[in-house]
Design a protein around this ligand. Structure first.
Ligand SMILES: O=C(O)C(=O)C[C@]1(C(=O)O)C=C[C@@H](O)C=C1
Length: 121
């Protein structure tokens, strides 16, 4: 049988050192912010790569006479994010899709209301 590990399970990303406990809460905030900044940098790089792949697919489709967007595929992506991230995941996917398809709205998507809809009053 293997002996139990003395180390607590870590939720830190690989290669990230845990903060040194100093008793100063601002020290751990600074540590965690370094981790957040590093993760955000990686996420931004991945999003750039995603944007390029997405633009290529859209170009291939429109060059062949198809629509720029594919609403069924978008629903699949939104569902993947919701499954992976929980409640807010779908919103993350929608934000990414909005960026990656540019100004073009998904043909089945409800229009995003950025301006007040005119109502009678
Ligand atoms: O997968 C596609 O068909 C794409 O065009 C890529 C992508 C995406 O960014 O994931 C972009 C626009 C489409 O509406 C659906 C998905």
């Amino acid at each position: 049988a293997c002996s139990p590990s003395k180390e607590a399970p870590s939720s830190l990303p690989a290669g990230q050192a845990p903060p040194v406990p100093t008793g100063d809460p601002s020290a751990s905030i600074a540590e965690q912010r370094k981790i957040i900044d590093s993760l955000d940098k990686q996420i931004i790089e991945l999003l750039k790569q995603r944007g390029e792949a997405s633009a290529t697919v859209q170009k291939i489709r429109t060059s062949a006479g198809g629509q720029q967007t594919d609403p069924a595929r978008e629903q699949e992506i939104i569902s993947n994010y919701a499954t992976g991230l929980g409640a807010g995941g779908g919103d993350v996917a929608k934000a990414i899709l909005n960026v990656d398809r540019g100004a073009q709205p998904s043909s089945s998507a409800a229009p995003t209301s950025t301006t007040a809809t005119s109502t009678s009053h």
